[in-house]
Design a protein around this ligand. Structure first.
Ligand code: WTA
Length: 653
């Protein structure tokens, strides 16, 4: 860890405010007995099995866990279907009329879907998929906006045992293409269009561009958004429509009984090296993980709660805490298509008041934006229905935490700061809202049954202080591998500290034993809660004809947490001017997606390198943050840095 990073930690740990769960919250909490931690720790397998038992199994398991590190098998021999947990069992229990989703389109159109209606629609989609020849084990890529059909689609895949892979609708054609190619998907499901901040996104056009280079794709199933918007991309021979394929189907489709370890989905996430990794999750363990954490962390009361997670289903948060976790609990949810500031900066609060949202889960980057937009926007609306707030995706700065408590939570709602990853499948470090005294900026303690600790560089356990976060025991929702790349799976997560899962996050533990997850220790950055690899962006820059070499770093950003900045060496014959910098920023946006577009691109004749030719990103970070330069003794040419620094500062003014 660098000197500056440890300074930030110390500032954070000066935080002394702490908040006890309010008494009236405790009185009604799903878990009030702090003993739960000891009970789970005494026999984690029994703890997880007690949660798995609450699901509906077609065949019980024979063995809870087979652990051949780093390969885990949970609930071995058991059979179940993930969609049954989310739909059939609620309908069978007489809750079919309960609202599953209140959906709100960005332009104000609305829909309400009950659990019984969701079951019928999911079955129609599942039958439609079967009519297209999709079978158990086939991969289906899903590139759709935040509409109920996206939730229906993933549940329909689960129902027939097809492996779904959702690609966030903000990703570019090239990113979509790479993912489809990697998983050799048979079918792509997309929408023609959607709304985003008042603009029409033409998803079909992006899909067509991607599929042009994906020979595995036999058909493209297109859902029509309506609301007067249409794709500009002409129909292709491989296209089939939702109207033709799904709507005429029967609303009944028997679920396929899946092995607990059968693959449920693949979700791509950025790693240290260029190519995104296809993280694999299986059925029984994942369902147990998301069901139990939704229940305890969000304290869900299916009869009365209205829960809203503002993430997109294109990310793991949406998979686990919009689709599978909350639906397995049978709770009512709000789903929203668009941006938090469209048409106005109070859109979220208007929706909280309209639907009487009681549990609200969002990202620190959104909270920082709300703070900037002004206190008057939440103040205009009645937020008294809220009883619990959550955050996820990145460290939350204490100011944002306290603002959230005060302006959104009316000083009465506990806040759960939840740490987890695409790979972990479910929440891993979090307060339990009826038990844990919270401190702004700390995700507090490992969820019951999860064993987390800190290790030093040498692999020694750190009691109080800074180190690397590791998970020392397997858990049901853990990733089972990287699609097509077992070696990378073993190296990335299991080689740094043998026998332990290494998430890649630098963390501090305070004298209460609370964890403070501070950020990545690898070349992954966290931009508005989204993971991006510096290498991915560097490759995108180098892809442009003007660029000879590029280095990308993440710099602190007031709203986004971190923002990418690119340092570029041009090929001869290209003019280093603002227009080219802008072209390069846009080029990255086109190749990866808008979220990866660098905040700034700076031209330089040289990059700081070690004598063996490795770019020293640490020094670039120091330059960008205007810090006293760290250790430069290994630099091949120390002069490079001084000129970089001058160049950066002159641009800043
Ligand atoms: C970061 C998102 C601090 C962390 C669910 C992790 C956090 C990465 C928190 C995973 C938190 C997530 N506090 N950092 N509460 N939650 N992170 O895979 O660096 O998109 O490794 O999963 O986000 O991002 P991913």
């Amino acid at each position: 860890m660098t000197q500056t990073e440890s300074k930030t930690i110390d500032t954070l740990l000066e935080e002394t405010r702490s908040f006890k769960p309010p008494e009236d919250f405790v009185a009604q909490a799903n878990v009030k007995d702090p003993d739960v931690y000891q009970q789970a720790a005494a026999d984690p397998e029994a703890w997880w099995a007690s949660w798995a038992k609450k699901l509906q199994w077609d065949k019980p398991w024979e063995t809870v866990l087979q652990w051949d590190a780093p390969y885990a098998k949970w609930f071995v021999g058991g059979k179940l279907n993930a969609s049954v947990q989310c739909l059939d069992r609620h309908v069978a229990a007489g809750h079919g009329d309960r609202v599953a989703y209140y959906w709100e389109g960005e332009s104000g159109d609305t829909r309400v879907l009950s659990y019984a209606e969701m079951l019928a629609e999911v079955s129609r989609v599942a039958n439609g998929l079967k009519s297209l020849g999709v079978e158990k084990g086939d991969r289906v890529t899903v590139y759709m906006p935040m509409v109920p059909e996206l939730a229906m689609t993933v549940l329909a895949c689960a129902r027939i045992g097809a492996v779904f892979s959702v690609v966030f609708a903000g990703f570019s054609a090239a990113s979509l293409r790479d993912r489809i190619q990697d998983q050799e998907a048979k079918l792509l499901i997309t929408a023609d269009c959607c709304w985003r901040r008042g603009k029409v996104l033409d998803l079909k056009k992006v899909s067509d561009e991607a599929v042009a280079e994906c020979p595995s794709v036999e058909k493209v199933l297109v859902w029509h958004r309506g609301d007067g918007i249409e794709s500009q991309s002409p129909a292709q021979e491989r296209d089939v429509t939702w109207e033709d394929v799904v709507l005429p189907q029967s609303p009944e489709c028997p679920p396929v009984s899946m092995d607990a370890e059968d693959l449920l989905f693949i979700l791509y996430t950025s790693g240290t090296t260029g190519k995104p990794k296809g993280i694999m999750h299986t059925t029984g363990g994942y369902m147990t993980g998301v069901y139990s954490t939704s229940n305890l962390v969000f304290d869900l009361k299916p009869k009365t709660d209205v829960y809203w997670c503002t993430a997109d289903i294109g990310w793991i948060t949406g998979h686990s805490y919009i689709v599978f976790g909350p639906m397995a609990n049978g709770v009512t949810q709000v789903m929203y298509e668009g941006a938090p500031n469209h048409p106005g900066p109070d859109r979220f609060w208007e929706l909280v008041a309209k639907y009487k949202v009681s549990v609200f889960y969002t990202a620190p980057t959104a909270i920082r934006a709300f703070m900037k937009w002004g206190d008057e926007h939440p103040a205009k609306h009645d937020l008294s229905s809220l009883r619990l707030l959550g955050t996820v995706g990145e460290p939350i700065n204490p100011e944002a935490w306290v603002w959230y408590l005060h302006h959104i939570g009316g000083n009465r709602c506990p806040i759960v700061d939840t740490w987890w990853q695409t790979e972990t499948g479910n929440i891993m470090i979090t307060p339990l809202p009826g038990i844990t005294e919270t401190v702004p900026g700390s995700a507090t303690k490992a969820f019951p049954g999860v064993e987390a600790t800190l290790l030093s560089e040498e692999g020694k356990e750190v009691g109080v202080g800074g180190g690397y976060l590791v998970i020392t025991k397997p858990w049901p929702g853990m990733l089972r591998g990287i699609w097509g790349d077992p070696k990378r799976f073993e190296e990335t997560y299991w080689s740094r500290f043998p026998g332990c899962y290494f998430p890649g996050d630098g963390t501090k533990r305070d004298d209460k034993g609370f964890f403070w997850v501070l950020g990545r220790v690898d070349d992954v950055m966290n931009v508005s809660g989204h993971r991006l690899s510096t290498m991915e962006i560097e490759s995108a820059l180098v892809d442009h004809e003007a660029v000879a070499e590029a280095a990308v770093i993440g710099v602190p950003h007031e709203l986004k947490g971190q923002a990418p900045v690119g340092f570029v060496i041009l090929r001869s014959g290209f003019e280093a001017d603002d227009a080219l910098a802008d072209t390069l920023r846009k080029h990255v946006g086109t190749l990866i997606g808008g979220l990866a577009r660098p905040e700034r691109v700076l031209f330089t004749p040289e990059l700081p390198k070690t004598r063996s030719g490795k770019i020293m990103r640490r020094l670039l970070r120091d330059v960008a943050e205007g810090k006293v330069l760290g250790d430069t003794t290994t630099l091949a040419d120390p002069g490079v840095l001084e000129s970089l620094k001058q160049g950066y500062e002159s641009k800043e003014s």
